[in-house]
Design a protein around this ligand. Structure first.
Ligand code: GUN
Length: 281
């Protein structure tokens, strides 16, 4: 049976360290501040934004929430971002995705000042990640790397398979694993015979959003299995991409959903906000 990797506990540990850093900044007269924008009422987004706000409060980071109606125009949103870019007291700006379909996500991401882009979604920051020289960590992939580090899992030279090629997770995840000298294969919705790839993975990272996509027969004995997805079943229960109950019997390490990668994403966001604030001291 696999070791269940406790992302919740690790995130608390990291956030506790950050709390001390925030206190130090405040003693120097710098009060870190994160502005969070949410457009519309996507229930999952509301929960994520609320969790981000709660983490800020727990760490002593000031959070500004802008909850805009679903019919907000792109122009209005860009005007708000522009004023937050100009506001010296705001260190980080995050616009929760997805946005309503009439708003162009690319325009919004590009409008956030790269120095305040704590999601690391701006092309300038994405470029830094690609080169391996960055200030802002991509939140979810960096959270995964912290979990691996905590459990002494060295990916150097290992076969790592990332399922999913999103800009938020799959692509930056690939970059961080490469930086640690893994051999990385990226699979996606057009991949033929997915299990041929997953079966060869020493470390498997799934970030698709499809319950039971990864079954026990698809993994190698003693693989490390990281489940990034958060899916809500009709019953209301949360689950990831991985058939957790069966896979945990075959894997050596596995992350649960919830309580695995999710809390680590927020811990990284808090770290990026503190990084942005420190630059202004
Ligand atoms: N939607 C899903 N994940 C994220 C994230 O990490 N940041 C933002 N801004 N939106 C998201």
């Amino acid at each position: 049976m696999a070791v269940i990797m406790d992302g919740k506990a690790l995130s608390e540990k990291l956030k506790n360290n950050l709390k001390n850093e925030v206190e130090g900044l405040k003693n120097k007269g710098k009060n870190p501040c994160l502005a969070v924008i949410i457009v519309g009422d996507n229930p999952a987004s509301k929960i994520y934004v609320n969790n981000k706000k709660k983490s800020c409060e727990a760490l002593g980071i000031k959070s500004l929430e802008y909850a805009l109606p679903a019919d907000t125009t792109e122009e209005k949103l860009l005007t708000l971002i522009s004023s937050l870019n100009e506001d010296e007291s705001v260190d980080g700006i995050l616009c929760q995705l997805p946005l309503p379909s009439h708003i162009c996500e690319k325009n919004v991401i590009n409008s956030i000042s790269p120095e305040k882009d704590v999601d690391a979604f701006h092309p300038e920051n994405v470029g830094h990640i690609m080169i391996g020289d960055y200030t802002f960590l991509p939140c979810t992939p960096a959270g995964v790397m912290e979990i691996l580090k905590e459990y002494d899992i060295d990916v150097s030279g290992k076969n790592c398979v990332v399922v999913g090629r999103s800009n938020i997770v799959g692509k930056p995840m690939t970059m961080l694993l490469l930086k640690e000298n893994a051999t990385v294969t990226v699979c996606h919705s057009r991949t033929q015979n997915l299990c041929e790839f997953t079966k060869k993975a020493d470390v498997l990272v799934s970030a698709v959003g499809k319950p039971n996509l990864i079954t026990a027969d698809m993994i190698k004995e003693n693989a490390v299995v990281i489940d990034v997805a958060i899916n809500r079943l009709e019953s209301g229960k949360l689950c990831g991409d991985v058939d957790f109950e069966a896979v945990k019997e075959k894997a050596s390490y596995i992350t649960p959903v919830p309580g695995g990668v999710g809390p680590m994403t927020i811990a990284t966001l808090m770290k990026n906000t503190v990084t942005a604030a420190k630059k202004k001291v």
